[in-house]
Structure formats: structure tokens, C-alpha cells
Design a protein around this ligand. Structure first.
Ligand code: ADP
Ligand code: MG
Length: 469
């Protein structure tokens, strides 16, 4: 009977859809007028119900008569060792989320009233790999003045996801200050205490990529359904939404859905919501609904504590004076702090020398020299032109085109504040101009920073890039 059904279905839908959605189905039994088929997952079942219910019903009736009925068995092996977990085709790169059923066959009768099979009562067995890094916990997230609010808000959210007024919780702060760590710690804490909660961590970039892929593969429904079925979504680096209007649109809908259902949204960003350029106003206004908490550069004490904890976790013992020395000298971000320590350890292994203060001093001298080597005007010019996507040599030309003038003036301004060059040298470098032009440029930029929010963000962005180099 099922074979006949398949033949009819095959004639009615595109070959690719048939292959994807019908070939994996197994016919189990026929009892009277009830045909039972087995599908590989709840997700599969949902898809069939949503897209092919009419076709299925008609086909079954054709074969079994008007009182013919179809029942589903939903099954997926829980262990991936059997090599056959059903992976949603949603995440593009293979290491994405997997929707797996946790249990052996569960009979499910067709119930036309169910809109979202993810929440069939008593059947909440769907398990999604939350994509969390287990090393990012609250336990090893050192508390300090720099992160007190964000950390305790995060803790509150973890205790009661969706149940606080911190929804969304937006964590913002500069590079390497612990946004990802804290956001993931919340996810890990929720999973620890409430393993049944569906938690998903996704970087904004990956989300955008998945969206583009789902457009290409015609799986938008899967994509949206997947995220809308979550209890907690952690989206990292939402500033990367800038300029991606369609993806913002989709996220807006997902956000609204989750928020309405009392589900928790956690966001991170390198800027506070009010400074996020390139994001749609309606999305930004949502981001401001809950709590925005910032992460600052940790003070010396906190930096020392972070290093100690890290060394302890790695089973490494270092003289306190060395740790203090490193913490004292690397003071802009935690990632660099850890980086300095790692190269210190590497160097000591390489040279077969114990790490003492002398070695730390010698090593750090290189480290600091490397990171803060003098910024050149060429480099500034290159960064600015890359940022505004204008050809590098144009800045030195005589053109008065608006975007070139802007790039030129910002280059001059940054050269004045970030190099030791004189006004005369700067003017000469940027196309043989005199020092009054440089003064004028700097004034213009300063004025614009005061009055034009977007402009200020541009300059800040470039400055950040300069500092990172
Ligand atoms: P961001 O996402 O803000 O760029 P990360 O979360 O990736 O920063 O943090 C960079 C590194 O610093 C990570 O290894 C993280 O574990 C560590 N780190 C940052 N803040 C803390 C903290 N308060 N305690 C312990 N480790 C921290
Ligand atoms: Mg990060």
C-alpha cells in the first residue's frame, strides 16, 4: 500500500523534495485501515504535517478508502554511535545544531490541532546541541568592578530564563573583555540546572550565514522553526547585523516570537544599543527593552585574579611576582593578557628556562614592543581607506569628492593624535598640503564627532582598529 502511495506522491512533488522527505520513510504496518509509517524525527514529522498533509491525506484515502488513516512513529537513535542521527539541514557547516530525539520509537497519532509539534504535551524530548563551550562557566568567570552588573544580571537570567525583566539581556563591551565567556556561562548554567531547556548559542555571523543558506536551499521554514522552538537563544556579536537588512528582519520576527512566549534572549555587542549603527530602529528598540550591561577593562586586582585562576586551571605554577608583573603591564584586554602569559610559557619551554621575573621582563619587553610599535601615517591611510572603501592613492590627490575629503580629513586627524609627526609633515604626506589644512581638517573632524553620531562611530571604529594592530 505504501509503495502505491509513494508512487502517487512521487508524481506530485519535485524529485528533490521526494528524496528528502519521503524516501527516508519506512512503512511499519497496516492494521485494518490504519497505516503506520516511521519517520526519522519529530522535525520530520512536523515538516510533513506542515507541507504535505493534504497530499498525504488524499493519497491514503485513495489507497484505503475514505476511512483510511495514517499514523506516525517518530524515531531517532539517541546515540550518534549508530551513525544515524537525523541532523537538520539548517546549520550549514556540519558542526551546527542537531535535532535529535532522545528516545526509542514513540507512537504519535496525527493530530491536526497541533500547530507546533515541538511542544506536544508530554513529548518534549527534542534535544538540541546548544553549541556551548563547556569551559566558559560562571565558576571561572572572575568577578570584579568591571563586570559586576553584567555578571549578576547574567546569573539572575540563568536562574530564571525568561522570568526576569532582563529580557533581552544585552552584554556589551570592547574586544576581549569577556562577552562571549559570560554569555556562554549563562547557557551552560541553564543547561546544568535545567537540562530540558532548549538552549542555542549562535554567533551573529553564523546566523546570517545560515539564513543565506536557507534561502538558497529553500529551507527558510526549518530555519525559523528551529530558532522559534528554543527556550533560550544566545546571539553573540549582534553588531555584525549591520547592513544585513533581510537577516535583521528574520531575527526581528524570531525575537518577537520568543519574547512573547516568555523565552529568554541574550545578546552581546561591542557597543551599547544606542550606538549600534546600521541596525534597524525597530530591532534596536527591542534590544533596549530589557537590560544592557557593560563590561569594562578589569582593574589590576581582577587581572591578577584572572591570570591566577587560568594558571591554576592549566596546572601551572608561577611565582606571584611574575603574574603581577604581567597583569600590571598588559592592561587593555583579557585576551591579550592571556596571550602574553601563553607566549611567556612557550618561551620558557623553548629556552628551557624557568619563568622568573627577569625572563618575564625580557619577554614582555618584546611583547609590548610588538603590540605597540609605532603607528605610521601610511598605516593610518590604509586603514581609513579600507574602512571607507576608497582607493588608497586618492587621499593624496587633489580631488574634492565628498567621501575622499572625509577619508583625508580623518587620516590627518588620526595622524595628529596617533603619531609624533608635526602638522607640517602630516600635510606634506597627504598630498603636499600645508599645516593650516591639517588644522582645519582636525577641527572639522572634532566638530563632526560632537554633532554627528554616525561619524563618531566611524572614527571610533577606525581608532579601535588602529589600537588593535
Ligand atoms: P569577547 O567576547 O568580549 O571578545 P571573550 O569572552 O572571548 O571576549 O574573552 C576573552 C578571553 O578572556 C577568554 O579566554 C575569557 O575566558 C577570558 N576572560 C574574559 N573575562 C574574564 C573574566 N572575568 N574571568 C576569567 N576569564 C575572563
Ligand atoms: Mg566574543
Amino acid at each position: 500500500v505504501w509503495k502505491n502511495c509513494l508512487q502517487i506522491i512521487k508524481d506530485n512533488i519535485p524529485n528533490q523534495s521526494f528524496k528528502t522527505w519521503f524516501e527516508p520513510i519506512k512503512a511499519l504496518k497496516l492494521e485494518g485501515k490504519v497505516l503506520t509509517i516511521q519517520v526519522p524525527s519529530l522535525f520530520f514529522y512536523e515538516w510533513l504535517e506542515e507541507h504535505y498533509v493534504g497530499l498525504l491525506r488524499k493519497t491514503v484515502k485513495k489507497q484505503l478508502g475514505d476511512d483510511g488513516r495514517l499514523e506516525y512513529n517518530i524515531v531517532v537513535d539517541k546515540s550518534s554511535s549508530t551513525g544515524n542521527p537525523y541532523t537538520t539541514n539548517m546549520p550549514s557547516n556540519g558542526n551546527g545544531a542537531e535535532a535529535k530525539m532522545q528516545s526509542m520509537p514513540i507512537p504519535v497519532s496525527i493530530n491536526k490541532d497541533i500547530k507546533n509539534p515541538f511542544i506536544i504535551p508530554g513529548l518534549k524530548k527534542l534535544n538540541v546541541d546548544p553549541q556551548l563551550n563547556a569551559n566558559y562557566t560562571f565558576d571561572n568567570y572572575i568577578e570584579g568592578d568591571c563586570n559586576r552588573l553584567a555578571r549578576s544580571a547574567g546569573y539572575a537570567v540563568a536562574a530564571k530564563p525568561g522570568g526576569t525583566s532582563f529580557n533581552p539581556l544585552m552584554i556589551y563591551g570592547g574586544v576581549g573583555l569577556g562577552k562571549t565567556h559570560l554569555a556562554q556561562a549563562i547557557g551552560n548554567e541553564i543547561k546544568r540546572n535545567m537540562p530540558d531547556k532548549l538552549v542555542i548559542y549562535v554567533s551573529c555571523e553564523k546566523f546570517c550565514q545560515q539564513f543565506v543558506d536557507s534561502l538558497k536551499n529553500n529551507t527558510i521554514n526549518d530555519f525559523v522553526n528551529f530558532y522559534q522552538a528554543m527556550d533560550v537563544i544566545i546571539m553573540d556579536d549582534v553588531h555584525n547585523f549591520a547592513g544585513k537588512e533581510k537577516t535583521q528582519d528574520i531575527f526581528f520576527h524570531i525575537f518577537n516570537h520568543l519574547h512573547q512566549m516568555g523565552k529568554q534572549v541574550i545578546l552581546t555587542s561591542d557597543k551599547p544599543p544606542k550606538d549600534l549603527a546600521g541596525l534597524e530602529e525597530r530591532l534596536l528598540s527591542r534590544f533596549k527593552w530589557g537590560l544592557s550591561a557593560d563590561l569594562q577593562i578589569p582593574d589590576l586586582e581582577t587581572r591578577i585574579a584572572i591570570l591566577k585562576k587560568k594558571m591554576y586551571a592549566d596546572g601551572i605554577e608561577l611565582p606571584a611576582e611574575v603574574i603581577e608583573y604581567v597583569a600590571h603591564n598588559i592592561d587593555n584586554n583579557v585576551r591579550e593578557l592571556e596571550g602574553a602569559m601563553v607566549s611567556l610559557l612557550a618561551q620558557s619551554t623553548l629556552n628551557k628556562k624557568d619563568i622568573d621575573l627577569a625572563l618575564a621582563k625580557q619577554m614582555l619587553k618584546n611583547f609590548i614592543k610588538n603590540t605597540s610599535k609605532e603607528i605610521s601615517m601610511e598605516y593610518i591611510q590604509k586603514l581609513v581607506c579600507e574602512y571607507f572603501e576608497v582607493p588608497v592613492d586618492m587621499v593624496k590627490s587633489q580631488t574634492r569628492k565628498r567621501e575622499i575629503v572625509q577619508a583625508r580629513q580623518i587620516s590627518m586627524y588620526l595622524s595628529k593624535s596617533h603619531t609624533k609627526s608635526s602638522l607640517k609633515t602630516i600635510g606634506a604626506f597627504f598630498g603636499g598640503r600645508d599645516h593650516s589644512t591639517v588644522i582645519y581638517a582636525c577641527q572639522t573632524v572634532e566638530d563632526l564627532i560632537e554633532t554627528d553620531k554616525k561619524f563618531k562611530i566611524y572614527v571610533n571604529d577606525i581608532q579601535k582598529k588602529l589600537k588593535m594592530s
